[in-house]
Design a binder for this molecule. Structure first.
Ligand code: GDP
Length: 196
């Protein structure tokens, strides 16, 4: 599948360093430690693709992975990275806002939330933005393997009901990078957005 062909393209700190605003892009966002890198690696079938994003110095960058000439995955800076000063964090926030606001080719946003810590401020902020931009947002409730299936399922239903009536065009599912839960559903969503 095309997602398995993902390869690192480039990093950008500012909008003018991004690849040309052409084709289609799906971006991944999440709080630090939500399991974003593991999810990207799992979905692309590549053990260390998103490691590039964890390289010190690259953590605050927007990282682009290309699937083919017209399709890209975008790893947005993890939010709330503890080891960095507040001023630096605000700087990332600005880059993130800028990317989200300006990028024409963004067709959907995947939001990773640790199933044990759902709907934190950052997540609500992303949902607000998606609502306001009318951007589809697909939530992966990650690390689902950390809970028994019944508990994971009931957490999903609970979050679903908390988000009922939210104006963002949203969908959500369980996901585990460890055992592959939800991979097929996530691929389907990415395929739909990227027209694969
Ligand atoms: P990121 O900061 O959002 O990129 O998060 P990482 O992908 O680096 O994951 C943070 C931690 O959670 C790491 O220790 C991962 O091994 C662990 N982790 C990520 N995904 C899963 C998962 O699906 N299941 C379990 N059990 N652990 C996970």
């Amino acid at each position: 599948i095309l997602l398995h062909q993902a390869s690192f393209l480039q990093s950008a700190q500012r909008l003018d360093q991004c690849p040309p605003d052409e084709g289609r892009e799906v971006a991944f966002a999440g709080r630090s430690n939500a399991g974003k890198s593991s999810a990207i690696n799992r979905l692309t079938g590549q053990r260390s693709l998103a490691r590039t994003s964890k390289t010190p110095g690259r953590t605050q960058l927007i990282n682009f992975f290309s699937l083919d000439d017209e399709r890209r995955l975008v790893d947005l800076p993890g939010y709330g990275y503890a080891k960095v000063a507040k001023s630096k964090r605000n700087e990332w926030q600005e880059h993130l806002d800028h990317y989200l606001a300006e990028r024409q080719v963004l067709v959907g946003l995947v939001l990773m939330m640790d199933i044990r810590h759902p709907l934190k401020d950052f997540d609500l902020m992303m949902l607000e933005w998606a609502a306001q931009a009318n951007m589809p947002i697909h939530i992966l409730m990650t690390k689902a393997d950390k809970l028994k299936f019944g508990a994971a399922k009931s957490t999903l239903l609970k979050v679903q009901s908390q988000l009922k009536g939210h104006p963002a065009p949203l969908s959500l599912q369980l996901f585990s990078a460890t055992n592959g839960t939800g991979c097929d559903d996530a691929w389907e969503k990415l395929g739909e957005w990227l027209e694969i």
